[in-house]
Design a binder for this molecule. Sequence first.
Ligand SMILES: N[C@@H](CCC(=O)N[C@@H](CS)C(=O)NCC(=O)O)C(=O)O
Length: 234
Amino acid sequence: MSDSRPDLVIYGSPVSPFVRKVAGLCIEKQVPYEIEAVNVFDPPQWFRDISPMKRIPVLRDRSVAEEGVAGTIADSSAICAMIERKHPAPALYPEDPMALGEALFIEEYADTALAMAGGLGIFRPIFFAISKGDEPDLAKARDAWANQMPAVFDVLEGRLGGSGFFAGEALSIADISVACVLMQVSLVAETPLDRWPALAAHFAAMQARASIAQPYAAAEKMVRKALPTRFDLT
Ligand SMILES: N[C@@H](CCC(=O)N[C@@H](CS)C(=O)NCC(=O)O)C(=O)O
């Protein structure tokens, strides 16, 4: 009997922007994958064994090994770089050295600065509270929107300049990373970007791509069960 399962398994949940980043890269490359649900806050021992920092996502490549640490990679950036090498087309890392450096920097900036402000500052105080049956901490979320997000948006707006892409002349890991992390805010709150027109245009264009929209739709389906509408943080 032939095995119709995809080689690539992403352990985690589409509610994680880093899981969606890996899924988005796979979709752009038309690489089959599946997501296997793991509750990262109370993970089974087998997951702790393959995720030293107890974070999602972790990737398994079944063509390498079906269990244990072999065949697994923790951390979305490491995972995406591995998939790029294994499935080079279309290239999502620029060839030009400076453009590559810029793409990797923007990916890191999205995964840290943007994720701190939007994920820890806005998504968690709202969604984690609601998931536990508590009132959302809107004061904290509004503070993050007013006082943390603008500086991050200023950097992203400046880096885009007049281009439709963050690095080089084509879609890259930078664009996917920014869109996935910024959409973490959209899961729980309106995301008005009128003061940052280049970023707003980039965000709209990215949301129209299946690679961004499909994993986000899966996350939104889960989030909307607990939170039917988004908050206005302005
Ligand atoms: N740098 C890591 C970040 C992963 C990360 O922070 N994942 C979050 C979910 S979005 C997580 O696993 N959190 C678990 C925890 O905070 O205990 C990556 O890019 O994969």
